[in-house]
Design a binder for this molecule. Structure first.
Ligand code: SF4
Length: 289
């Protein structure tokens, strides 16, 4: 059982920018000993050192767009994608474009604020900060939060591989955490994404998020990984977080280096999809589209 503190009061909307701006300064200073994600590299990014994500001190933006392909209740969303990621999932659909922190344009918060205003006029109800993995660029993400229109609901789209330190700076600022739970055991996480201790880290993040914001747990179904990954994830969610919304994604495509793993060389099958839904129903998960 994971213990988390009681649900705190959310930060009032009109305080959001002030709090985000203050925390951004603290988070930026902490890049001198980077502990933002569970790799705990401890490198000085302000001095040009690089950890496993290879990110520097400044963030770049590889995409901004009005997104309509995410969970229906979040749409339309103005999606801001920061370059760089701390994981290297073999099947990453965007590949180097998302995990290479050198791609995209330098972050300009004034430009993003103007784009967000324009997006609202065309129907955006929410703004989503994602990556790559936005935790890698937490100072920049907080600077973005500080300039976004206060009426937009904010979504933190994350791989749930951040640290307790990162969470202290995120607390109360985002209305929704949209968090991936990718692998149902540490062996698959290590083999497919090169990440150790995955279960402990992701479960700690999800438990925390469920007490500090609305949480949607997303799982991308992978071919050949229903029994070893989806079933244990579903079982854990049912036991520990039965009230959270679960988004089961079936659009796996063998992108990037997926073909290095024989079972990932094909799309997800209809038979597997039926099996995955049977598992979800057997645990009475709160599925959303
Ligand atoms: S964000 Fe994570 S991977 Fe990148 S330097 Fe910091 S601790 Fe290392």
């Amino acid at each position: 059982m994971i213990l988390v503190e009681p649900n705190p009061l959310p930060i009032r909307i009109h305080d959001r920018a002030v709090v985000a701006r203050e925390r951004a300064q603290a988070a930026r200073a902490a890049l001198a000993d980077c502990q933002l994600c569970a790799h705990h590299c401890g490198v000085n990014r302000l001095a040009g050192e690089q950890g496993l994500c290879h990110a520097g001190a400044e963030a770049r933006v590889f995409s901004t767009q009005l997104e309509v392909g995410d969970e229906l209740e979040l749409l339309p969303t103005f999606a801001i994608a920061l370059s760089g990621c701390d994981l290297r999932c073999s099947f990453c659909i965007t590949g180097a474009e998302s995990w290479n922190p050198r791609v995209g344009e330098p972050l300009c918060t004034a430009t993003l604020a103007a784009q967000a205003e324009a997006a609202m006029k065309t129907g955006a109800r929410t703004a989503m900060i994602l990556g790559g993995e936005p935790t890698v660029h937490l100072p920049a993400a907080l600077e973005i939060v500080a300039v976004l229109p206060p009426s937009l609901r904010l979504i933190w789209k994350t791989n749930a591989h951040g640290t307790a330190l990162a969470r202290t700076w995120l607390e109360g600022l985002f209305d929704v955490w949209l968090a991936d739970y990718k692998f149902g055991n540490d062996h698959c996480a290590e083999r497919l994404a090169g990440v150790p201790r995955y279960q402990n880290v992701v479960r700690e993040n999800l438990a925390w998020a469920s007490h500090h914001s609305e949480l949607i747990v997303r799982h991308l179904l992978m071919p050949g990984h229903v029994d070893c990954c989806w079933e244990p994830i579903a079982r854990w969610l049912a036991a520990e977080l039965p009230a959270v919304k679960v988004s089961l994604r079936s659009g796996f495509w063998p992108a990037w280096r997926a073909t290095n793993h024989p079972e990932l060389s094909r799309p997800f099958s209809l038979t597997e999809l039926q099996s995955a839904w049977t598992i979800a129903r057997s645990y009475s998960l709160r599925l959303i589209e």
